[in-house]
Design a protein around this ligand. Structure first.
Ligand code: CTP
Length: 449
């Protein structure tokens, strides 16, 4: 009996998949089909798969060609499967020519001609209306955003708005390969040409830009801080709801797969009841940077507070008893370093932010049975450990991570716009509002507003 094996994602099952499986089966007597998990696809850079794995397996099964279906969830599995199942022929489509030649030492490798003009990627593009996105602000993060947005399917960054012409000119020089249109005067005109907006302007302008975009019926992805007061934040989420559009705060760690896994471990009871969360986010900013030269809205907390508060609110919730701040200020009167202490009934938390102080960017969640430590930079969550009293016992995790993190945030935003991920559990409106409430305490106590 000749055993054949083939692998794929089989998202939005199409004729190309059917024809591949039909010919794969014809190569032998027994066909094994490997279907990838979401996690494995994410690790391979495929972050926009639409169909859940059970549906993809069902579709493969319905062709009647597969004698056995296996789940592919890690790199190196192909060699294992070939040996485990005594496979004679490995086959895939001709888009992979050369890639799997190394399997020749285990079995015969056959590349089958790919069916022309069809792919899951194409269907995703055709099915979905392309989202035209405009950016407000043309600073550092905007540059990173356009680069990462290239990994999103059916979204195009088409324009940028910034009333400061000089800044636009600088951006154009650096990003001459991005074909964007620029608007420096009329925000409403800029909004008219887009479906969604990414707001990455200075902190104090976020609320107003977000509000006007929501009122115009545009989806909004807004950098932190979303607003300076809880009431404003609530108003924005209410507007998004009443206008049937998406509003998301851009705290990118919340959307990283590794951080989601860390939350799952924390909530699994593995480290017992949570008593302390400590998150640190520091970056020494250039002397002439906005955050170090803006005497009113500059400073470490407004820059990084959202990042450091996010895991605290996600893990311990918004029902705290008290919050206090302590800062080391500079000559301008903004904070070089701020420590936020939050007291809950049975737990406490610390958020540390610095822009002229450098510290270890780690996240530690302490429980009654052990603790989780996500090493610096925890906000990408590429690795974390669970450690216990018995120091010889360590569970080590290395979640998949690609790019610089923004692509996960962008993908979540698109998923929400398209209704694929409606629950928004990664960062709920309530959690985002709770983060704004702490920001409000800070700006009020310091007389910023
Ligand atoms: N395949 C094919 N002809 C096509 C599309 C896919 O023969 N037109 C084959 C692939 O070469 C692979 C299998 O079908 O052996 C599963 O491919 P998969 O990556 O799941 O499908 P794609 O449509 O290529 O997906 P995507 O666009 O997301 O890369």
């Amino acid at each position: 009996m000749t055993k054949v094996i083939t692998y794929g994602t089989y998202d939005l099952f199409h004729e190309g998949h059917y024809r591949l499986l039909e010919r794969a089966k014809a190569l032998g007597d027994y066909l094994i089909v490997g279907v990838t998990t979401e996690h494995f696809d994410e690790a391979r850079g495929k972050i926009n798969v639409v169909d859940p794995i059970m549906k993809r397996i069902e579709n493969v099964k319905n062709t009647g060609f597969a004698d056995m279906i296996v789940v592919e969830d890690h790199e190196g599995q192909k060699i294992e499967d070939i040996q485990k199942y005594g496979v004679d022929i490995f086959t895939v489509g001709s888009d992979w020519v050369g890639t799997f030649d190394y399997l020749n030492s285990f079995c015969k490798v056959v590349y089958l001609d790919r069916t022309p003009n069809i792919s899951s990627t194409k269907i995703r593009k055709d099915n979905y209306q392309v989202i035209r996105l405009g950016m407000v602000g043309t600073g550092r993060i905007a540059k990173r955003f356009v680069a990462e947005a290239r990994y999103a399917s059916a979204m195009e960054v088409v324009s940028a708005y910034n009333p400061f012409e000089e800044s636009v000119e600088e951006f154009k020089k650096d990003c001459h390969d991005f074909l964007l249109s620029y608007e420096t005067k009329d925000y409403e005109k800029f909004l008219a040409g887009i479906d969604a907006v990414y707001i990455a302007s200075t902190h104090e302008t976020h609320y107003d830009y977000a509000k006007r975009a929501l009122l115009a019926g545009k989806h909004v992805l807004c950098e932190k801080p979303l607003a300076f007061t809880k009431a404003e934040s609530e108003e924005l989420y209410a507007l998004a709801k009443s206008h049937h559009v998406v509003l998301m705060e851009g705290i990118k760690a919340a959307y990283c797969p590794g951080f989601q896994q860390l939350l799952n471990v924390v909530q699994s009871g593995k480290i017992g009841e949570i008593r302390d969360v400590e998150a640190c986010f520091t970056r020494i900013a250039a002397e002439d940077s906005r955050e170090r030269s803006d005497a009113k809205y500059g400073g470490a907390f407004l820059e990084f507070g959202g990042n450091a508060l996010m895991p605290i609110i996600k893990i311990l919730g918004a029902d705290y008893e008290s919050v206090s701040f302590d800062s080391i200020d500079n000559a301008l009167g903004t904070d070089d370093y701020t420590k936020v202490q939050i007291r809950y009934k049975n737990a406490m938390a610390t958020a540390k932010t610095g822009m002229a102080v450098k510290s270890e960017g780690q996240l530690v969640v302490a429980g009654t049975k052990g603790y989780v430590i996500a090493q610096s930079p925890w906000w990408l969550t590429q690795k974390f450990d669970v450690r216990y009293e018995d120091e010889t016992k360590i569970d080590h995790y290395e979640p998949h991570f690609i790019g610089d993190g923004l692509r996960y945030e962008i993908n979540e935003f698109l998923g929400k716009i398209r209704g694929n991920s409606t629950s928004g559990y990664k960062l709920t409106a309530g959690e985002s509002i709770a983060i704004t409430a702490i920001t409000e305490e800070f700006v009020r106590r310091r007389g910023i507003i």
